[in-house]
Design a protein. Sequence first.
Length: 206
Amino acid sequence: VRLARLFGSYELAERHAMILAKQYKDYAIKLGVGVYDVKFNLALLWYHCARESQGGRRRRKYLSKARGEVKFMKSTREKGCPNLDKILPILDAEEAYCVVEQRLSTDVGHLYDAAIRGASGKLHYESIALEQAALYHIGRDDVATGGEYMRRAVSKYLEWNAYAKVASLVDKFGPTGIFSDDDTIARMTLVVPALAVSCCAESGPS
């Protein structure tokens, strides 16, 4: 679920999520603290699906699923997961984005900014917070502002050595021109192919 969502394969992520719910109903107990990262990615997935829905029952269904994951995390906050304070503000911003017609857009932007600040120091969550903020602004046709956040997200993903993720973002959003003047991206494009060749050489022919 996590990898599929991370690379934007939302349909695949949803299929995995359904399998997880049907065949591994006790995963929340077996995973222990690791369950929070699963719940985080599930919530991000369901919020995305809610936004992509055309309204009505499907949108309400996905919102209910997302809110269920958030409720689980908030109800278990006292168990001491150290990352919940970095996770939940991102989901608060995602919730606001889904009901943006009921809020001022500046309010939602401020929630994403707060989430980014709150995730500072954790590359994984800071990268995701920046990417989600970028997607919010781009989704509202503010490509200039979204591009600023996306370049920051890419920089953090590079620090995290998530080269494949960066390559997917550049491939998807490169045509918008948001990376055209970014020296970091220019350097990165030299790294990823070399990494791919190295991986193929190590794994051998399939």
